[in-house]
Design a protein around this ligand. Structure first.
Ligand SMILES: *Cc1c(COP(=O)(O)O)cnc(C)c1O
Length: 459
């Protein structure tokens, strides 16, 4: 491996938080008590926490300074004015509605833009996104390119929409039965895979004459921009902030989780160009989130998010971010550990079908593997397979996704390359005795978003 491919951390460390490793016998007890669900492990019992990159980011000194500038007025906070201006400048949309996090924005968008019975095509589902679409009577249809469902195919833009699939749906149900197209950049559950600018443009060109709106899931829009610059012809010399803005020029709005690419611990927003949709979303935000000038966030959160969004556009930041994730992936691949390829923007996904071929999908191999990784090295990851996919609303049967993965998700600016080595060593060691990993069965299955709080025992 060429160390020179991997830039050093573009920051120095000013505050530290001590982490502790408990011993193996304790970890075995902890995972059993947590019902083999890594979501139910206490943070104090985790050594390296790769559960999620959501809200787990380290803020900068400038963001912490911004926290002291919180204007906690109930209405008209100056932090909101700064956040609104920053989002309009960086994303280019007409209107911004603040929300407590990404799913708050998804709730508002689904309520204002979906009529019961309408279809919502998207490039692979996301858990909370699909939940809100379905809760509002929408029917989700996956229109991502086929290759995205195959962990072994290495392509630069595996997140792209397959326009033929979109067209087939429109031909079948009619354009007026499409609520909107939901275009995620990057695609989390496909492995953090990016969408090309050419694809965004093509989707817009197809939808606009038909009057179909396109809303982006902007959660990792900066990571997506980085991949466009690295891989798509014509973008090698374009600043990241210009690529980010061009991406959004092909959409009518977006939902954003500020807990990811805005490098904060909480927050989100909805962007819209359509005046009527905006007025309705602003009417609803007061019911679910708060005044249209805070939407569930404190003034200091909004200040930190405005600063975080600016920092996310910095070239050295985003280069290190994406390459640190890649470093972990490369180390695993060199040792022969099967991962989803290519490595995406925020996480390395273990291909559990190859890692644990001895566990059938209805014994939840990815859930079992995530539990085993914790026991092996105190590293917390998450299942992204049949448990996360949930049940079909109509038939009650499990959605059985082709991708059965464990996600090792890297928080922004929190861990070093040496931490990545420890994670790699843990997974490689486990891979060498993978036959010992045993499948799981339900003890408690929640009705909604069951992966968060479900409990299991070994079969
Ligand atoms: C995290 C996430 C969301 C939801 O955002 P929250 O802030 O967690 O509510 C939506 N879409 C994608 C792709 C995400 O990763």
């Amino acid at each position: 491996m060429h160390q020179s491919q991997y830039p050093p951390e573009p920051f120095r460390i000013k505050t530290v938080e001590t982490i502790n490793m408990i011993d193996r016998a304790q970890r075995e007890r902890v995972i059993e008590e947590a019902g083999y669900n890594t979501f139910l492990i206490d943070s104090k019992d985790v050594y390296i926490d790769l559960l999620t990159d959501s809200g787990t980011n380290a803020m900068s000194d400038r963001q912490w300074a911004g926290m002291m500038m919180g204007d906690e007025a109930y209405a008209g906070s100056r932090n909101w004015q700064r956040l609104e201006a920053t989002v309009k400048d960086l994303f280019g949309f007409q209107h911004v509605v603040p929300t407590h996090q990404g799913r708050g924005a998804e709730n508002l968008l689904s309520r204002v833009a979906i009529k019961p019975g309408q279809y919502v095509p998207g490039n692979m589902y996301f858990t909370t996104t699909r939940y809100h679409q379905e809760a509002n009577g929408g029917i989700f249809v996956d229109i991502i390119r086929d290759e995205a469902h195959d962990a072994t195919i290495d392509l630069p833009f595996k997140g792209d929409i397959d326009l033929a699939k979109l067209q087939a749906l429109v031909d079948k149900v009619g354009a007026e039965q499409i609520a909107y197209v939901c275009l995620a950049i990057t695609v989390n559950l496909a492995g953090g895979q990016p969408v090309s600018m050419a694809n965004m443009r093509a989707v817009r060109d197809y939808c606009r004459p038909l009057g179909i709106q396109v809303f982006m899931d902007a959660t990792r829009c900066v990571e997506n921009a980085w991949f466009i610059r690295e891989r798509e012809a014509g973008y090698a010399d374009i600043p990241i902030r210009d690529i980010v803005r061009e991406q959004f020029s092909y959409a009518d709005g977006c939902t954003m989780s500020g807990k990811k690419d805005a490098i904060t611990n909480i927050g989100g927003f909805l962007c819209l160009n359509d005046e009527e949709l905006f007025v309705r979303a602003r009417e609803l935000v007061v019911v679910f989130e708060g005044m249209p000038s805070y939407g569930g966030m404190t003034g200091r959160d909004m200040e930190a998010m405005a600063i975080g969004l600016e920092e996310a556009m910095q070239e050295a930041y985003i280069e290190h971010r994406v390459k640190q994730v890649r470093y972990l992936g490369e180390r695993l691949m060199e040792a022969g550990v099967p991962i989803v390829r290519p490595v995406g923007g925020h996480a390395v996904f273990l291909d559990t079908r190859q890692f644990c071929p001895h566990i059938p999908q209805d014994h939840f191999p990815a859930q079992a593997l995530a539990a085993a990784i914790y026991v092996e090295g105190g590293v917390r990851s998450m299942e992204r397979g049949i448990i996360s996919a949930g049940r079909d609303k109509e038939t009650g049967r499990d959605h059985a996704p082709r991708l059965e993965t464990v996600r090792l998700t890297i928080p922004r600016r929190v861990y070093t390359y040496r931490h990545m080595d420890l994670v790699a060593d843990t997974v490689i060691k486990l891979y060498q005795h993978r036959q010992d990993i045993r499948g799981l069965k339900w003890v408690y299955e929640p009705k909604q978003l069951r992966f968060f709080t479900g409990r299991f025992e070994q079969v």
